[in-house]
Design a protein around this ligand. Sequence first.
Ligand SMILES: Nc1ncnc2c1ncn2[C@@H]1O[C@H](COP(=O)(O)OP(=O)(O)OP(=O)(O)O)[C@@H](O)[C@H]1O
Ligand SMILES: [Mg+2]
Length: 499
Amino acid sequence: MNESGNELSPEQQQALLDIGQAINSIPQKQPLLEKVMDIAAEAIKAERGFLVLKDGDSNTLRMSVALNMTEGAADSIIKPSASVVNKVLQENTPLWTVDAQDDPRLSGSQSIVNLKITAVACVPLILKGETIGVIYLDSTINRQRFNESTLSFLQAFANQAALAIENARLIEALQIENRMLHTELQRTYGFPEIIGNSTKMQAVFDMMSKILHSDISVLLEGESGTGKELVARAIHYNGHRRDYAFLAQFCGNLSESLLESELFGHKKGSFTGAISDKRGLFEIADNGTFFLDEIADISPTIQAKLLRVLQEGIFRRVGDTEDRKVDVRIISATNKNLRIEVEKGNFREDLYYRLNVISMTMPPLRERRTDIPVLVHHVLKRIAEKSGQKIRKIEANALKALTRYNWPGNVRELENTIERAVVLADNSSITTNDLLIPESSAEGLTPRTLKEQEKEIVLKTLEECEGNKTRTADVLGVSLRWLHYKLSEWNAGKTKQQA
Ligand SMILES: Nc1ncnc2c1ncn2[C@@H]1O[C@H](COP(=O)(O)OP(=O)(O)OP(=O)(O)O)[C@@H](O)[C@H]1O
Ligand SMILES: [Mg+2]
């Protein structure tokens, strides 16, 4: 038995099963709706029809498929308040007639008269007891199939279709959400100017995307040229303060009075040379981000003033008595270890904790050698774009030498090296000779036996190359076979010791 109270014939039941399977395998909503409409029209031999769905929560109807009729014609059937569609929607039961012209239930539809429609069938699409839409079918000639039994079949089919439509809707919603998440991911990980695929750089990107939209202070530590300022800018320009200023102040090697007046401004006459009132950079950076570069060297007076900005958002211009309010996010950087400066008594501990709510350490280039080839390409591409010439090629040996070198000046040194090499190489490919970097870069090893040193260098390089043996062999200038041989030799030694 079905909802209309009629039993389906075995053939009809089988057809229903087949159809159910067919429509459930169409994941996109629109193709599914079209298929549903085709099957329904075929079942009842209708010439025309349409399928409307309720639009989300707003109960308005959305024309989803029109079969052999214009949307305008379909509209003229749906629109009248006493239309057959509205009746079915309100009563949640199917409606059919083979005498449309004289059927009192359809008397409200002028279009049925105008279009000379004789047979009409209209079934609700019911999902969990609620009507989510309607299938409407009609004919001007064929009325044989517009009967109770076919209609029962049609209703059973509509129930299945409603489920399939709901599934397709869910899949579509998931796909949209997925796409949104994907863009979000791209946006938060989208720091195209910062190059690096190594796990160490991935960790940096990870952390950046987490702190982007907050206001917490960030301390960037790392050797010279590792990209601290680059990261500070990226945090600002990808975060919610991006529409306000990003200001940077280098704090190392500056006299205290000069730095103080730069940062906080001064009042006219507060010192010789203060010929007018001057706004400080903190005021200019209001609502934006302030990057304090080389923070480790600032004097106790400035440390105290900075602490007040961080704690209360308040500061005073030099020589002024008025407190001023600012709202700035502070990112600071140092290539010293600030913790050690605190222990030595050079840096206030309370300020250290305020600056260092989150700290990030930029990895030196020699600890992410896998990034060197992409960085080299990035720099070559930038040079080419600037000069309007083709990207300069680099010989394989030269690239090897670059991956082997220790880069004490990190990415900045790499940039300078490449820029210089492009000039030296004239119009040909860059060779090792154009690089002007020392051949060997195995530094900082305590004197030990050759075998011990060999093992230490190999394992260290392997770690720097994140376990990538091909790269490690490349960097060391040895064959992959040699590397495998050595690793298994040391491994065997280890198991012997353990045994
Ligand atoms: N991951 C990177 N991808 C692309 N370019 C980088 C990267 N890291 C650094 N650079 C480039 O290297 C140069 C130095 O970077 P930056 O000035 O940010 O380093 P820094 O850590 O602030 O150095 P310093 O301590 O000397 O001030 C810049 O030209 C910067 O664009
Ligand atoms: Mg810097």
